[in-house]
Write a new protein. Structure first.
Length: 378
């Protein structure tokens, strides 16, 4: 089918589901710590910040227990099976080959991670694939693993654009959010960026998961100058086709565990305070606020296991139709809330979402939905 995805809720026909093959570790370096800033500080300095060492800055590897990876892979296959049982065509990215261990640019080198959270580095708007400017060095070429799928949509008529790629030296990052934000707990100082011969100042960096798609309207979360520059590019690129609405510092980056649109006039939100920060037309929509998640909804981990998301990660649901939603089976409070609002809930297992930084919405990239460029905010 031809690429067509304008919103988050209309009937889903085709989707890409990510891969966790050969996931071995998280590489702690400046871009990683900034990306997960809100959650790496939630345990009051439990995960110490890196200390710069040399021109490329500091880095360290945080190994992931392979039993977690194997269980994650089992759960991903469960997501695929659930979608296929709902008559959704599922595409998969290329797996990372075991011999592919590093990505290297003129400015830095980083370990490669698999294309798991495929929502992040691509934004689908209507009939266009937009590869966004990466925010984490280890994911710099992640969209390459989606090339076979993108090629096929291009052959069928899709537009295909690539946002300018940043040089991504330490000086490329706007550190103001990390230095002044208050989400999550006490602020640990962020070290000064290390100089590089490739420094050009702030550059655009941006993820598709910072966007809430509503037909012709796109709500975009902006927390840094990097995001703002990328949003400027989007506005110019999409002029006359889509309207961009900026919200500021709703989170450090992604918006889809803060607010998701489940249908015209229906929002799933973390708290009423989130609604207050949305564009005025969205504040008139019905806001579904589930109870806070219970601690026993999550596995217990060892002290050395790196937690990358807040307990609200399970708000990261995936709509299959305007009244059917994939929800983590470990979240009875959320399931009851959605059922009370007359949604059909499809419970699916997803155990280690806090270790791998994503829920169902993050792990998927919807490429074909039945909806079109409607005006939902008029």
């Amino acid at each position: 089918m031809q690429l067509n995805s304008y919103d988050e809720w209309s009937t889903l026909k085709e989707v890409i589901v990510g891969s966790a093959v050969n996931y071995t570790s998280h590489e702690r370096e400046l871009s990683f710590d900034l990306f997960f800033h809100d959650n790496l500080i939630r345990t009051e300095w439990y995960y110490p910040r890196l200390r710069a060492s040399g021109p490329a800055g500091g880095s360290s590897s945080s190994p992931i227990k392979q039993r977690y990876v194997e269980e994650l892979r089992e759960d991903i296959e469960g997501i695929v099976s659930a979608l296929e049982s709902l008559s959704v065509t599922v595409h998969r990215p290329l797996d990372v080959h075991e011999t592919t261990s590093q990505v290297t640019t003129p400015a830095w080198s980083a370990a490669v991670v698999p294309p798991l959270n495929v929502r992040d580095n691509t934004l689908i708007l209507g009939d266009e694939i937009i590869e966004t400017a990466p925010m984490i060095r280890s994911r710099y070429f992640e969209t390459q693993f989606l090339t076979p799928v993108f090629n096929e949509y291009f052959r069928q008529g899709a537009r295909w654009s690539v946002m300018p790629r940043p040089l991504m030296t330490d000086a490329s990052f706007d550190l103001s959010y990390a230095r002044t934000g208050t989400a999550g707990g006490p602020m640990e100082p962020v070290e000064d960026p290390q100089p590089s011969p490739y420094d050009v100042g702030f550059e655009m960096m941006f993820d598709g998961a910072q966007c809430l798609r509503l037909g012709r309207d796109v709500v975009v979360n902006i927390s840094t100058e990097n995001h703002a520059m990328a949003c400027d590019w989007l506005e110019r690129h999409l002029e006359g086709r889509f309207r961009i609405h900026r919200v500021h510092r709703l989170s450090d980056s992604h918006i889809d565990s803060m607010v998701l649109a489940l249908g015209p006039g229906k929002l799933l939100v973390r708290s009423p305070e989130v609604v207050d920060q949305l564009p005025a037309p969205l504040q008139k929509w019905d806001a579904i606020v589930p109870p806070p998640p219970e601690g026993n909804n999550f596995p217990e981990y060892d002290d050395g296991d790196l937690i990358l998301t807040s307990p609200f990660i399970d708000l990261n649901v995936l709509s299959v139709t305007p009244d059917t939603v994939l929800v983590n089976e470990a979240c009875p409070e959320l399931i009851r809330t959605l059922e009370n609002h007359r949604f059909t809930v499809v419970p699916v297992r997803h155990r280690h979402r806090r270790l791998f930084g994503g829920g169902f919405h993050c792990f998927t990239l919807d490429t074909v939905r039945e909806g079109g460029p409607e005006d939902y905010l008029e």
